[in-house]
Design a protein around this ligand. Structure first.
Ligand code: KDG
Ligand code: MG
Length: 402
């Protein structure tokens, strides 16, 4: 079998998505997500100009060789744009292989280690009372694990909270909007949210929280310690993780479980974090961490060190990434949890999929391949629209992590 045609499809059914499609001489095709929020066209260009032309004539069955060809063959290793492009190709190749085998992808990854995939949803409110209402609403929808974020008094906006109470979409401006941040105000407020949530909802509900890279290690230690009585499932991205050793300081101060990894693009971003057991959950994703092949390598490595998976699944990762992730989630032994933010209706129409949500869990479905397709005619009706994530500044104007 040979790859005979390749293309990149850019569409914006409410937000931008980039998808790779590979077609073979036997009429089987596979697709992969190549979306990098705010940098979509950089990946599309990388694919169109530098990656896809090298695939024509290759045997799509040689997934590992093609991965190595694109990784080692680039000379300039790693990087978000490069690894997202490799991920998209890798995902499409696994899709083809599973379709050829007539099996859902999880069968090729070792079969099922569990019947269903536990997911967490997002409850966001402008203040604590609104977040409490949202958590109740998510519980009514069947969620057994809920990430809770709240507005902070004195700050006009914060990560994870929509000012309009509609579903949260941070990439909402043609150029980056600017937000003001204060870790002091945030640190004083967040423990009050979780104290209230535990008193309203009891001990069983899994509660999660995303700091979105904003604290210093010692501040993160303080927050983790303050949240211990409310036994979170995890505290996410407490600090930016370029300096992996920084997590040791957090660990020394708290037993709150730590999760990190949504901006990672290779095993080298988390080698020390995993090997030294500085985190509990690794949140790298299929689309940004080199596809099914590389993410499985990361998860297998993590399984040696009691680190479980918790993949990123925000709405800027397309249904193609979600479908592929679910096959990995259901197969690996050290699955932890999967993030799930449902896409809007238009997106679901552009990407018909086999996965389904039932009672707080996702099921990958039994369709051959990863179970997600793209309606190219419909996709063409939603042209690309430039959109950026915001930036953050401290109250004195210093640029800080968003
Ligand atoms: O593109 C950035 C988003 O995916 C990110 O801000 C969402 O932190 C996020 C999460 O945990 O879903
Ligand atoms: Mg996050």
């Amino acid at each position: 079998m040979k790859i005979v045609s390749t293309r990149t499809i850019v569409t914006c059914p409410g937000r931008n998505f980039v998808t790779v499609k590979l077609e073979t001489d036997e009429g089987v095709w596979g697709i992969g997500d190549a979306t990098l929020n705010g940098r979509e066209l950089a990946v599309a260009t990388m694919l169109d100009e530098h990656v896809l032309p090298c695939l024509i004539g290759r045997d799509p069955g040689n997934i590992e060789d093609i991965w190595q060809y694109l990784y080692r063959g680039v000379y300039w290793r790693r990087g978000a744009v490069n690894m997202t492009a490799i991920a998209a190709v890798d995902t499409a190749l696994w899709d083809i292989k599973a379709k050829c085998a007539g099996m859902p992808l999880y069968q090729l990854l070792g079969g099922k280690s569990r019947e269903r995939v536990l997911v967490y949803g997002h409850a966001n409110g402008r203040d604590i009372s609104e977040t409490v209402e949202e958590v109740a609403r998510y519980q009514d929808m069947g969620y057994q694990a809920i990430r809770a974020q709240t507005g902070v008094p004195g700050l006009e906006s914060t990560y994870g909270v929509s000012n309009s109470r509609t579903s949260y979409e941070p990439a909402d401006a043609g150029l980056p909007s600017e937000h003001v941040w204060s870790s002091e105000r945030y640190l004083n407020h967040v423990p009050r949210l979780f104290e209230r949530l535990r008193s309203e909802f009891g001990d069983e509900l899994h509660l999660l929280h995303d700091v979105h890279h904003r604290l210093s290690p010692i501040e993160a230690g303080r927050l983790g310690k303050a949240l211990e009585p409310f036994h979170l499932f995890w505290l996410e991205d407490a600090v930016a993780a370029e300096n992996q050793a920084a997590f040791r300081l957090i660990r020394e101060h708290t037993t709150t479980p730590l999760a990190v990894g949504e901006v990672f693009n290779s095993i080298w971003d988390c080698k020390e974090l995993i090997e030294q057991q500085l985190v509990d959950y690794i949140r790298a994703s299929v689309v940004h961490a080199g596809g099914i092949s590389h993410l499985k390598r990361i998860f297998d490595f993590a399984s040696l060190y009691h680190v479980r998976s918790g993949s990123h699944g925000a709405t800027d990762l397309s249904p193609v990434c979600m479908g592929a992730a679910l096959h990995l989630d259901i197969a690996i032994p050290n699955f932890g949890i999967q993030e799930y933010m449902p896409h809007n209706e238009q997106t679901d129409d552009v990407f018909p999929h086999a996965y389904s949500f039932v009672n707080g869990h996702l099921f990958p479905g039994e369709t051959a391949g990863h179970g997600v397709d793209i309606d190219e005619k419909l996709a063409a009706k939603f042209p690309y629209k430039r959109a950026y994530l915001p930036i953050s500044r401290l109250t004195d104007g210093t640029l800080c992590n968003w």
